[in-house]
Design a protein around this ligand. Structure first.
Ligand code: MLT
Ligand code: MN
Length: 297
C-alpha cells in the first residue's frame, strides 16, 4: 500500500489566518523549523495508479495540484481518484468535497450518521448524494472499486461537530477511525485524526496496524487557553492531548511499525522541529507527519 500525507495540520492549517502565536508567526516568516502546513488528509493506493483519499480538507484543491499521481491524464478529464472516505462530519474533514463538484466521478464512503448529518442539514451538499455510500461500523467493505483496499470504520468517543450541535445527537457512528487493509498483502493502516480519549479497543486497533496516523492536535490539555482565553480543554474539544497521564504518547510509545501524529493545531509546540516537545515525541518512537510525506507498507 502506498500512502501520501496530503496535509498534516488541524483545521486552520499553519499559519492559521487569525493566529498570532509563535508557530503561526514563524511559519509566516518562512522559519525553516516551522514550515507552513495544510489541513488534514491522506491518500492511499494499492497499485500507485488509482488513489483513494481519507478525509477531504478545505485545502484539497491545492493538495491535488501538488500531487502528480492525482492529475488528469493529458488531454482528458480522467483523474485516477477512486473514493473519498470520511472519518467524521467535521468541516476540516469534509469541506474539500465541494471543491471537487465539477465532476462526481469518484465515490464517497462514510458511516450512515455522517452521511445523513451532512446531507440532511446542508442543502448544497445534496449534490453529492448520488455518489455517497455508507457502511456500518466494524464492517469491512471495499474502499476502492477494484477492491484492492478494504475500509473499516471503527467507533471512537463521539463528538458532534460544532455546526451540527443543535440539530444532531451524538451516536456511535459520529466519530470514527479508519482501518485500511491491503487485500493482497494484509498491510494495515490506521487513521484516527479525532480522538477525545484512548479506550482499550482503540488502543488495540492502533497497536495492530503497521502504520498509524493519530490525533496530535494538542500537546497539553490547556494549550489553546494561552492564546484563546476561556477555550475549553483539549478532551472537551474532542482531542486527547499528547502529553500527560491520559495523553496519547504514553500509549503510542514503542509500538511496532510506524506511528505519526497528524491534525496538529497551529498552537502545538511539536510543529517546531527544534522544540523539546518534538524531541520528546521522537524519543518515544513517534514521528510528525509532514505534508507530502510518502511511504509504502
Ligand atoms: C476539531 O478537530 O475538533 C474540529 O475540526 C474543530 C473545528 O470545527 O474547528
Ligand atoms: Mn479538526
Amino acid at each position: 500500500m502506498k500512502v501520501r500525507v496530503l496535509g498534516s495540520c488541524a483545521g486552520g492549517g499553519l499559519p492559521q489566518w487569525n493566529c498570532g502565536a509563535a508557530n503561526s508567526v514563524r511559519a509566516r516568516r518562512g522559519d525553516p523549523d516551522v514550515p507552513a502546513r495544510t489541513q488534514p488528509g491522506l491518500a492511499v493506493s494499492a497499485d500507485g495508479v488509482r488513489w483513494s483519499i481519507l478525509n477531504a480538507s478545505p485545502d484539497l484543491r491545492g493538495q491535488l495540484a501538488a500531487f502528480p499521481a492525482l492529475h488528469p491524464k493529458p488531454g482528458t478529464r480522467d483523474v485516477p481518484l477512486d473514493t473519498i472516505a470520511l472519518t467524521s462530519a467535521e468541516l476540516d474533514h469534509v469541506l474539500g468535497l465541494l471543491v471537487l463538484r465539477e465532476a462526481l466521478s469518484f465515490r464517497i464512503l462514510s458511516t450512515h450518521w455522517v452521511r445523513e448529518a451532512i446531507l440532511d442539514h446542508n442543502a448544497a451538499w445534496r449534490l453529492l448524494q448520488p455518489i455517497w455510500g455508507s457502511i456500518p461500523l466494524d464492517a469491512s467493505a471495499p474502499l476502492d472499486r477494484a477492491g484492492a483496499l478494504e475500509a473499516r470504520f471503527f467507533p471512537v468517543a463521539p463528538k458532534v461537530p460544532g455546526y451540527l450541535r443543535h440539530v444532531a445527537k451524538p451516536h456511535a457512528e459520529t466519530t470514527t477511525g479508519l482501518r485500511i487493509t491491503e487485500r493482497a498483502t494484509g498491510a494495515r493502516l490506521a487513521f484516527v485524526p479525532g480522538l477525545s480519549s484512548l479506550d482499550s479497543a482503540t488502543a488495540a486497533e492502533l497497536a495492530a496496524a503497521d502504520v498509524r496516523f493519530v490525533d496530535g492536535t494538542f500537546f497539553t490539555a490547556d494549550e489553546l487557553r494561552a492564546v484563546k482565553p476561556g477555550a475549553p480543554d483539549a478532551a472537551a474539544m474532542g482531542h486527547a492531548p499528547i502529553a500527560g497521564e491520559r495523553g496519547t504518547l504514553a500509549a503510542l510509545a514503542g509500538l511496532p511499525g510506524k506511528t505519526y501524529y497528524v491534525h496538529m493545531n497551529c498552537t502545538n509546540p511539536i510543529l517546531d522541529a527544534a522544540s523539546p516537545e518534538r524531541a520528546r515525541v521522537r524519543r518515544a518512537g513517534v514521528e510528525i507527519a509532514d505534508d507530502g510525506l510518502e511511504l509504502e507498507l
